[in-house]
Write a protein that binds this ligand. Structure first.
Ligand SMILES: Cc1cc2nc3c(=O)[nH]c(=O)nc-3n(C[C@H](O)[C@H](O)[C@H](O)COP(=O)(O)OP(=O)(O)OC[C@H]3O[C@@H](n4cnc5c(N)ncnc54)[C@H](O)[C@@H]3O)c2cc1C
Length: 159
């Protein structure tokens, strides 16, 4: 199977990378070795998912332990309010609690996972289940991945 972008791992990082690629008109695929996407996401925030902190970029940066400066650019392009607007746009109402911590109104991390799963489905992104075992490298370029059970997936870009 060949695609433009191959995301190894269907946690929040892989899902967002895939959704961003698809939104930019790229063919994209997620390779996930669990049966479902976002397994760890389901246990975050003690099952409630502390999605973000409802503060401004500079407050967020000032509260990152050690040197958070490397996040300056990312947090300028995608602020906590952007994250909140994104999930509310996916139909997940949010609330802000003590310390500006943001959770789904339902207190269910599962609702965040389901919203992302639906977004993946709507974008037509195939989710393939398998364990990425070997990267296919040619002349220092990563061209894809081989799974533990011997399947091969090739991509223009491996994320
Ligand atoms: C107990 C706990 C509570 C947390 N609470 C919060 C919270 O409230 N708020 C918050 O913002 N963060 C929280 N975090 C942190 C948050 O879970 C992580 O920052 C987030 O999950 C990282 O996302 P990720 O996509 O990078 O990685 P992951 O969520 O770990 O996703 C990686 C994915 O890759 C898959 N994978 C791994 N290896 C392979 C392979 N070889 N082949 C195929 N697939 C593979 C995994 O199955 C997984 O689905 C918490 C973490 C823990 C452990």
């Amino acid at each position: 199977m060949e695609t433009d972008h191959l995301c190894i791992g269907g946690g929040p990082a892989g899902v967002f990378a895939a959704l961003t690629a698809a939104a930019n008109g790229k063919r994209c695929m997620i390779l996930e070795h669990n049966k479902q996407l976002g397994r760890k996401l389901r246990i975050t925030g003690k099952g409630r998912c502390n999605l973000t902190n409802n503060c401004d970029r500079d407050t967020l940066l000032a509260n990152i332990p050690a040197n958070g400066k490397f996040l300056y650019s990312a947090l300028s392009r995608c602020t906590p309010q952007d994250v909140m607007a994104y999930f509310e746009g996916l139909g997940v109402p949010l609330k802000t609690e003590r310390g500006n911590r943001v959770f789904p109104v339902s207190d269910r991390a599962e609702d965040i996972v389901q919203a992302l799963q639906k977004a993946v489905q709507r974008a037509g992104i195939p989710v393939v289940h398998g364990d990425a075992a070997h990267l296919i490298l040619e002349q220092g370029r990563c061209l894809g991945v081989r799974t533990a059970d011997g399947r091969e997936f090739r991509a223009g870009t491996t994320l």
